[in-house]
Design a protein around this ligand. Structure first.
Ligand SMILES: [Zn+2]
Length: 343
């Protein structure tokens, strides 16, 4: 379960060619037969990778497989899941991609998601999860719609980033809370799809496989744009709503205390490396109360330790499902710990 299928494939095969189809297929030159040599005659690459599911196949030589792991294996390359390749001795790699993320060219569209967000289904949903309009506006949250009025160049960037359907012109963030990080000229877009029943009919003309999706390059922990010279303590959580709830609850401790999230339980190499490179902070790690949370805690704490930083973790109390619930319930243990570590 990784959000980084496209990135993992591009690290192996180079940048994809052309647009990603609305079913999630990205095209590459086939690495299993002499596909590129045929370019003069057929002119087209034949190798498809599904960026949502990870399955892949070649329309010419028929080679196929069901996961990115098997693609790496069949090409004789070592596969390690995102972030698992983190090790303190591994230096940051220069980015080998031909095309940088175009998420930073999408400002116009992101501005349009923020238009009337207060009266949108996104705000209703945020409210139901305990997030106030103040917090929503502080983080520049938007409501992803099916259609947005934007200029041609923004539309092109969105099509190339697989955010907009080329033919039907609907946006793949339709019916979601949109979070751009940082809020101006973002490098990452993280959306949380709203439950179907909270949306007006026909808001989302496609099926979703997970309740969240991410575009762009995850290079630093999300939310770290709020760090100031006065910041001493960083609370680290896994998901967007955990961060929003945490930031809201600890608002009076800002900027001494800042909350960031890793965008899932298996953070990218660069995000993990960031913790190693910032030992000046004290970290409070709050894992989700599940098995993935335990692995997450191990990975993030290892990076902090390698950099010489200090950390402590505290578990979500038994009667809560997630860190965001514990924060918003005013869990006194949580608050006391945060305030204590501010000093
Ligand atoms: Zn082939």
């Amino acid at each position: 379960m990784t959000d980084d299928i496209l990135q993992l494939t591009e690290e192996l095969l180079g940048a994809h060619i052309g647009e990603i189809s609305h079913r999630g297929w990205a095209t590459f030159w086939c690495p299993f037969h002499d596909d590129k040599k045929q370019a003069g005659t057929t002119g087209l690459p034949n190798f498809g990778v599904n960026v949502d599911e990870g399955n892949w196949n070649c329309f010419r030589c028929g080679k196929k497989g069901g996961s990115i792991r098997s693609l790496y294996k069949d090409l004789g390359e070592d596969f390690s899941p995102r972030g698992a390749d983190y090790s303190p001795v591994v230096p940051r790699k220069p980015r080998a991609r031909k095309y940088e993320s175009e998420v930073d060219r999408l400002d116009e569209a992101i501005a349009d998601t923020r238009n009337k967000v207060i009266s949108s289904p996104a705000m209703h949903y945020l409210h139901s999860r305990g997030i106030t309009p103040y917090t929503a506006l502080l983080y520049g949250l938007g409501y992803g719609r099916k259609y947005h009025q934007v200029s041609n160049s923004v539309e092109e960037a969105a099509i190339h980033s697989a955010l907009l359907h080329k033919r039907y012109h609907n946006w793949f963030w339709a019916g979601s809370v949109v979070y751009a990080d940082p809020p101006i000229q973002p490098t990452v877009l993280n959306v949380r799809y709203l439950p179907e029943e909270t949306l007006p009919p026909k808001t989302r003309p496609f099926k979703i496989r997970k309740n969240h999706r991410t575009w762009g390059d995850r290079l630093v922990p999300l939310g770290s744009w709020r760090i100031k010279p006065d910041t001493k303590t960083i609370i680290v959580v896994e998901g967007l709503f955990d961060m929003l709830a945490g930031a809201q609850t600890t608002a009076s401790l800002y900027p001494q205390v800042v909350v960031v999230y890793t965008n899932g339980s298996n953070p990218s190499f660069h995000i993990t490396k960031w913790f190693e490179e910032h030992p000046q902070y004290h970290y409070l790690l709050i894992p989700d109360p599940d098995k993935a949370g335990t692995a997450w805690l191990e990975q993030v704490s290892r990076a902090i330790y390698a950099g010489g930083g200090s950390w402590q973790s505290f578990p979500v109390p038994r009667n809560f499902d997630d860190p965001d619930e514990a924060f918003l319930a005013g869990c006194p243990q949580f608050y006391r710990r945060c305030r204590w570590s501010k000093r």
